[in-house]
Design a protein around this ligand. Structure first.
Ligand SMILES: *[C@@H]1O[C@H](CO)[C@@H](O)[C@H](O)[C@H]1NC(C)=O
Ligand SMILES: *[C@@H]1O[C@H](CO)[C@@H](O)[C@H](O)[C@H]1NC(C)=O
Ligand SMILES: *[C@@H]1O[C@H](CO)[C@@H](O)[C@H](O)[C@H]1NC(C)=O
Ligand SMILES: *[C@@H]1O[C@H](CO)[C@@H](O)[C@H](O)[C@H]1NC(C)=O
Length: 369
């Protein structure tokens, strides 16, 4: 199977030799992947039931060799192994992680499915709260789950509340307060989700905003890439000053990219073509690209604006579509347009230019950047 581990923008995909593949059950109907195929072909559907995706994802057996490969990769390439063991600085909320030791612990657990193992390892990497270090398998990025409701949060009279941002099924729910989710206080449920299932920041407040953010897509509270714990979810809503009422929704699974639905017609072909493709990776996991959605201002415009607005700003050096250096009084300004430059030059070759930019700032008497 192919996993992806992203260390600071470098994507490693590695294959673990799978000796035997077990076809889970005999009857075609018990094969969730085959049911998905049938819905797609016969009913032209691109959204599927929780049960179909659950059965499809959980039809692949766990392969113990994966731990060896992972352990080697983490030990060999993750430069922050020791740093990750340190407790958080005050104000940040995460736990120290001994990646190698915790991976070893997974050996003692008896996993029956590849999905359960992959999800546990993914969460171990989530606990680093480092948005550049992710783990996942292409096997489990085909679908996302959604209940057609999204949320926002406001503070009213000193109390933080959750409200319905959008509901495409029943628009009369929009702006109603969500008091409870599955019987638990709504704020607490989302706060815990942010703490445990959002990885992109060490600051829990930032993770809470991401959990409610629709632009980030994954993982958010409303749009999940993992199989939710249950097939449905109940929101208790309070609209204006009327009585509270319950809205029960099923989690629906949507294909992220319907092209993938042509790649399989049962569990075996799903595994061979999506989890363990012999002819290379056919898709990039959504989590590895989710953070590139933030659009930078086009560099040319930015440079013009800076120059036009303020004559006291001197342009020192511009590395096309990547980094620019400016100076005003004894301040240096370094503007990164992107964290993944796509210019004609390899990022590594731009390093000399970047170092030169900083040197020029220093030579011009810059004290602060
Ligand atoms: C597809 O989504 C619609 C709502 O958008 C829902 O009514 C329907 O049941 C879903 N289909 C499946 C197979 O879950
Ligand atoms: C968030 O998660 C960490 C790590 O599991 C835990 O130590 C911390 O207490 C949690 N914070 C809150 C506010 O629940
Ligand atoms: C539910 O949301 C999905 C995904 O955004 C959309 O395709 C579908 O049409 C929505 N269903 C309804 C009934 O609004
Ligand atoms: C679907 O099944 C048939 C055999 O039943 C096989 O020949 C074909 O290659 C399969 N298609 C895909 C996309 O795997």
């Amino acid at each position: 199977m192919d996993f992806y581990v992203v260390f600071f923008l470098f994507l490693f995909a590695f294959a673990v030799n799978v000796q035997s593949y077990l076809i889970p059950r005999e009857e075609p109907n018990s094969d969730g992947c085959a049911r998905i195929y049938n819905e797609f072909i016969t009913k032209k559907k691109t959204n599927f039931s929780y049960a179909d995706v659950n059965d499809c994802y959980k039809s692949f057996p766990f392969d113990k060799d994966a731990i060896d490969t992972l352990s080697g990769l983490v030990g060999g390439f993750y430069v922050f192994l020791d740093k990750a063991k340190e407790p958080p600085q005050p104000g940040f909320d995460f736990r120290p992680v001994d990646l190698k030791a915790e991976l070893e612990n997974f050996r003692t657990k008896s996993y029956s499915t590849l999905y359960d193992f992959t999800t546990d390892v993914k969460h171990l990497f989530y606990d680093l709260k480092d948005s550049h270090t992710l783990f996942g398998s292409y096997c489990f990025t085909t679908f996302f789950f959604h209940t057609n409701m999204t949320f926002y949060s406001v503070v009213n009279n000193g109390e933080q509340k959750i409200k319905v941002f959008d509901d495409t099924i029943d628009q009369s729910n929009i702006d109603c307060e969500v008091t409870h989710i599955d019987g638990q206080q709504a704020f607490k449920v989302i706060y815990e989700f942010a703490n445990n299932s959002v990885y992109a920041s060490r600051d829990l407040g930032v993770r809470f905003n991401i959990a409610l953010d629709r632009a980030y897509k994954f993982p958010s509270f409303a749009v999940r890439s993992e199989i939710p714990e249950r097939s449905d979810i109940t929101y208790t809503l309070k609209c204006d000053n009327k009585n509270a009422f319950d809205v029960k929704r099923n989690w629906n699974a949507f294909a992220q990219n319907s092209i993938i639905l042509n790649e399989f017609n049962n569990s075996k072909s799903y595994f061979d073509n999506i989890c363990n493709p012999t002819n290379g990776i056919i898709q990039i996991g959504p989590s590895s690209t989710a953070f590139q959605e933030i659009k930078a201002a086009p560099p040319d415009d930015f440079n013009k604006i800076v120059e036009q607005q303020d004559k006291s700003i001197t342009t020192i050096k511009i590395i096309d579509s990547f980094v620019s250096f400016f100076k005003t009084q004894d301040f240096g300004i370094v503007k990164f347009f992107t964290e993944s430059p796509t210019g004609p030059e390899e990022p590594i070759n731009m390093l000399t230019d970047i170092i030169q930019g900083f040197k020029e700032l220093e030579n011009m008497g810059v004290k602060k950047v």
